[in-house]
Design a protein around this ligand. Structure first.
Ligand code: SF4
Length: 374
């Protein structure tokens, strides 16, 4: 079984906090899809004989491109492999792109899941983030999407300059009142070279301190649990059966193929695990799409171990203490760390497995590092 990712690198405009690879020139869309088609044909051997359980259109803003391009590519890829009968085909979308007509077209194209970049229902926050939609648009589009698609996910951002617990609480309430099937709650990460970073560096804006951010995260965990959402990854919550199939598969280190500029792939055989990356330039991608893969690396045993520890803790599937001790030569140190974290209430142990507690999720990366490096 395999999942596919497609990177659609177009956005209407760059949001103030975003450092993703993307372009804002609409005139390159046709050339991009011609290149995507060429790349897919050139890599058809990787698809042959495979069963595909999920396809994820990410970006950028996949909802920004005309729907017929997506359906044509889906038909092309289906010619090389088999889609499972319950395949999840997910599309990341911005509220301002989704008219009722466009949502109908997306349904007809086979899209089963919409991931909406709502980010906030508060005008002030949306302005600081440089988003182009309003809270009302988000509410109307979410309601329309819930009627049409099997799964609807909303993204919210916390920790925006000027934000406090009351604002975050209002955002959570607004999102929960719509009853989406899935919520992704991200802490704002201020990336270098973004407009937001420049404003913060100049002292024009200030991000909330760690204590406020921690209180917001804890409040989110409490509210999600009260409303029946399961916490299946550091930032992701869902109603039963509505996890993101592509994301979960990649976090569980299952193989996937990525298409489009800057997309990554993870190839797994019995003995080898290989990560590859496509070129991060639309111009170069369009020029030689059949040679899109520019980076290829086989993971060493150490890298496989590190990834397993980091990812198992983030999705909280339980990390085998015995595995840790066996694979990590610093077995005693690992055991000591586990005991210390248990005493602090950051991890709990059950049936030979360790899990992060709600508090532990706040320090997931720190805990993983301590377990690996002692
Ligand atoms: S819509 Fe998403 S990908 Fe596009 S600029 Fe904004 S944050 Fe970045």
């Amino acid at each position: 079984m395999l999942t596919l990712y497609v990177h659609i690198p177009f956005c209407k405009a760059r949001c103030s906090y975003c450092d993703f690879y993307l372009v804002t020139q609409k005139e390159h869309i046709s050339a991009f899809f011609r290149a995507l088609s060429t790349e897919t044909a050139a890599r058809s051997a990787e698809l042959q004989g495979q069963r595909i359980s999920a396809i994820h259109f990410g970006g950028g803003t996949p909802s920004f491109v005309p729907v017929h391009f997506l359906s044509e590519w889906l038909e092309e890829v289906a010619a090389h492999c088999t889609f499972t009968s319950d395949i999840e085909i997910a599309l990341e979308a911005n509220p301002e792109d989704l008219s009722a007509e466009t949502m109908d077209e997306l349904c007809a194209a086979g899209i089963t899941r919409i991931s909406l970049g709502v980010q906030s229902f508060i005008a002030e926050k949306l302005k600081i983030l440089g988003r182009k939609h309003t809270a009302t648009e988000s509410q109307q589009v979410t309601a329309g999407a819930l009627k049409r698609f099997g799964s609807v996910s909303l993204d919210l951002i916390c920790g925006v300059p000027g934000e406090d617990l009351a604002m975050w609480d209002a955002d959570l309430q607004a999102a929960l009142s719509l009853r989406p099937r899935h919520l992704s709650l991200y802490m704002l990460s201020v990336e270098p070279k973004t407009m937001l970073h420049r404003k913060i560096t100049k002292g024009m804006l200030t991000v909330p301190d760690d204590a406020v951010q921690a209180a917001c995260y804890e409040e989110a965990l409490r509210k999600m649990a009260c409303h029946g959402y399961s916490h299946y990854e550091v930032s992701n919550f869902c109603l039963p059966g509505h996890h993101s199939r592509y994301n979960l598969a990649s976090w569980m280190r299952e193989p996937y193929l990525g298409f489009g500029p800057s997309a990554h792939s993870f190839l797994v055989t019995e003995e080898r695990e290989i990560r590859t990356a496509n070129v991060s330039s639309l111009t170069r991608y369009i020029a030689v799409p059949e040679d899109a893969v520019v980076f290829r690396e086989e993971l060493s045993a150490e890298e496989r171990f590190t990834e397993k520890v980091f990812l198992s803790l983030r999705i909280n599937i339980g990390l085998d203490v015995e595995f840790l001790r066996k694979e990590n030569k610093l077995g005693d140190l690992v055991l000591k760390s586990i005991d210390q974290f248990t005493e602090r209430g950051w991890i709990l142990q059950h049936a030979g497995l360790i899990y992060l507690t709600d508090k532990g999720f706040l320090f997931a990366d720190f805990i993983a590092e301590a377990l690996i490096f002692g």
